[in-house]
Design a protein around this ligand. Structure first.
Ligand code: SF4
Ligand code: SF4
Length: 377
């Protein structure tokens, strides 16, 4: 190795550059994910991944970064806050006429922004290498964000970004859990961070209790098939009847297990304008969104992760929300007007919603979760 490369100094520089690029924290870890690999295999064996076959499709590449990108010896893990200010989260969740959309996706799709920033960071690292540094690989440093083949949470935990909470997300004792993760896989033998945060969940089990669909078989284990994020985003087919009332007005994802977590009183609002709500998505009526034409849906979700579910998934999810809203002539008219124009899948969910609307309000037990306090700044 050339004498002119000071890896300690480079690691310190990477952290400064990362902060300058808008990441709130940068950590460096080795690539030993042996424990996580065992847990992943047990989890997959239970079928908890549902139809997310990509989670099992990469052999050991997910838990062995050097199998994914040969030559990798370290992972640089970063986090970026995304909570876009006070979005009246609890108020929206408790108003059955409103549409609740997971707070990470109210603005532009985060993948592009974070991948771009990580690519800049990777280039800065490349540029810092001496001219005689051996570059035996066609790649130098590779950036990933929320990518199928990378186990980003165990890597973030090892890199000191936080601990894995009972809800399976990473919590930081100074910043809560409302942040995105990203990684750079590198061949540079940088010094690793030794500051893993101890697990501070203690006796708390608020996230396990608040889950509307009982998606946690036990602490630290999620049955994705029962999670509203999976049901409304990853699942492309029918939403099973048992989950329709508990879904309430959550039309894209769910944040309840994060919203209830006491550590999120330390969460900071994002400074990224790209993550700010667009097209009134933080506070829209269900009927208004349901009445969007496909052209309006495509226009208003341009550049947003909401595009992932397509117009059919959008209508399917909102139909459930409308079925859970108080009986109302406007809602019934909107459901009936849309029905002839949509697929059999959406029609079936509309029929369910109309059946719900026909019931007296007192008979419909909407399982609104009493997420007890507003998110604090
Ligand atoms: S996101 Fe919602 S449905 Fe999924 S585990 Fe958390 S509380 Fe349960
Ligand atoms: S709600 Fe409690 S148990 Fe759940 S992740 Fe937060 S601190 Fe841990």
């Amino acid at each position: 190795m050339p004498n002119s490369l000071d890896l300690n100094q480079l690691a310190a520089d990477i952290k400064v550059w990362g902060r300058e690029l808008g990441f709130q924290q940068v950590g460096i870890t080795d690539i030993d994910l042996g424990d996580a690999e065992i847990r992943l295999k047990e989890w997959l064996a239970k079928g908890y991944n549902g139809t997310m076959e990509w989670m099992a499709a990469h052999d050991n590449k997910r838990s062995r970064p050097a199998d994914l990108v040969p030559g990798t010896v370290r992972v640089i893990s970063v986090r970026m806050d995304y909570l876009p200010g006070d979005t009246q989260q609890i108020k929206i969740l408790k108003d059955p006429t409103k549409a609740y959309i997971s707070r990470y996706t109210l603005g532009r799709d985060y993948h592009k922004l974070i991948r771009k920033r990580l690519s800049v960071l990777a280039k800065q690292i490349d540029d810092a290498l001496p001219a005689d540094y051996p570059k035996q690989h066609e790649w130098l440093n590779r950036a990933f964000v929320d990518s199928a083949p990378v186990m980003e949470r165990p890597l973030a935990e090892k890199a000191g970004l936080g601990w894995s909470g009972k809800h399976t997300l990473i919590i930081n004792s100074n910043a809560g859990s409302w942040f995105f993760l990203g990684e750079i896989l590198t061949f540079l033998p940088l010094p690793v961070d030794q500051s893993e945060q101890p697990n501070q969940c203690g006796a708390c089990s608020a996230c396990l209790k608040v889950c509307p669909t009982d998606a946690f078989p036990q602490p630290y284990e999620l049955d994705a098939r029962r999670c509203i994020s999976y049901l409304t985003i990853e699942n492309k087919g029918t939403i099973p009847l048992e989950f329709r009332e508990p879904i309430g007005n959550r039309i894209f994802g769910c944040d309840d297990c994060q919203a209830i977590c006491p550590w999120n009183k330390y969460a900071q609002f994002t400074g990224e304008t790209d993550f700010l709500p667009r097209h009134g998505l933080a506070d829209s009526d269900l009927v208004t969104l349901f009445n969007w034409s496909e052209a309006e849906y495509l226009k208003n979700t341009e550049g947003s992760a909401i595009r992932r579910i397509g117009y059919e998934g959008w209508l399917r999810n909102i139909a459930i929300g409308l079925g859970n809203a108080p009986s109302d002539a406007t809602i019934i008219a909107a459901l009936n007007a849309k029905r002839p124009t949509v697929s059999a899948l959406v029609q079936e969910h509309i029929d369910w919603a109309l059946g719900q609307q026909a019931k007296p309000n007192y008979r419909r037990k909407r399982k609104i979760q009493n997420t007890s306090r507003a998110i604090q700044s």
